[in-house]
Design a protein. Structure first.
Ligand code: SF4
Ligand code: SF4
Ligand code: FES
Length: 273
């Protein structure tokens, strides 16, 4: 039995009210661990997530809710991986490594799982790409190509959720929202305004501004546009853009977070080279 499986066995006895090991905590320990990802032996820091370690070693794992610079919430489940000794799938963005862990990221089970998630997201919202402002620059669309989504097995729900164009510069179309909560986190953690929240449950779950008031009436919103830039789909867009015209850039987070955490401003020219 691998050391990881032994740890897991012991963990099963832990009360459900105690923190789950899949919820990565950012303690600044610096132990270096060795683990296996897709049959390659790699090393990583125990304060990193499996996703970070995998990416450092060139292993691509699809993500949607994760964005470098924001806390991870494990919302979309696209980054699920298999861990030897565990019957469950685990979100790579919110799972910390353990010494001797054996991780697989590209099994047939995972491929089926990821395709099903993208399929459900496609059928749940109104994702008519041909009339979307971010057509060809959309992370959901890219994922659909990546998982080979050429048809959807589930009935389309054609939701009629609220569209809010009351903000002077931006629009939210909740019918294109995939509930990744990037907007909630960037506005709270980076801008410090906390305009967005999630309301309701299940199929009625939706993003709301200012405790369910129209966005345009918000006193907290600074109109910085960060939520619009990090939104992976056409749910949050800028006014005045035409179909397929808007390209979102999330690079700004890298500069802000490095400046804040390391107190250094990245040289953009060096970075581009
Ligand atoms: S524009 Fe800025 S302050 Fe306003 S909701 Fe978006 S992230 Fe928050
Ligand atoms: S509006 Fe965009 S960023 Fe916010 S939860 Fe929906 S898809 Fe994610
Ligand atoms: S990227 Fe890991 S759960 Fe969404």
């Amino acid at each position: 039995m691998s050391r990881w499986a032994a740890t897991l066995k012991g963990y099963d006895k832990v009360s459900k009210s105690e923190p789950q090991y899949t919820h990565a905590k950012r303690e600044q320990t610096m132990a270096i661990l060795t683990l296996t990802i897709d049959d390659e032996q790699v090393s990583g820091n125990d304060s990193e997530t499996l996703l970070e370690i995998a990416r450092q070693h060139g292993v691509d794992i699809p993500t949607l809710c994760h964005l470098d610079g924001l806390t991870d919430v494990g919302a979309c489940r696209l980054c699920l991986v298999e861990i030897e000794g565990s019957p469950k799938l685990h979100p790579a963005c919110a799972t910390r490594p353990q010494e001797g862990m054996v991780v697989r990221t590209k099994t047939e089970r995972l491929k089926r799982h990821r395709r099903t998630i993208v399929e459900m997201l496609a059928s749940e919202g109104n994702h008519q790409c041909s009339v979307c402002i971010v057509n060809n620059h959309c992370e959901l669309q890219n994922l659909a190509y990546e998982v080979g989504l050429n048809y959807v097995r589930f009935p389309y729900l054609y939701p009629k959720k609220r569209l809010d164009a009351s903000h002077k510069s931006f629009i939210i179309d909740r019918n294109r929202c995939v509930l990744c909560t990037r907007c909630v986190r960037v506005c709270n953690e980076v801008e410090g305004a906390h305009v967005w929240d999630i309301a309701n449950r299940g199929i009625n779950c939706e993003i709301v501004s200012e405790m369910n008031q129209p966005w345009g009436t918000s006193d907290s919103c600074t109109s910085c546009g960060k939520c619009v830039l990090v939104c992976p789909t056409g749910a949050l867009v800028e006014k005045g853009e035409a179909v397929a015209e808007m390209e979102k850039k999330t690079d700004f987070l890298k500069y802000i977070m490095t400046a804040r955490l390391k107190r250094e401003w990245i040289n953009t020219q060096e970075d581009e080279e």
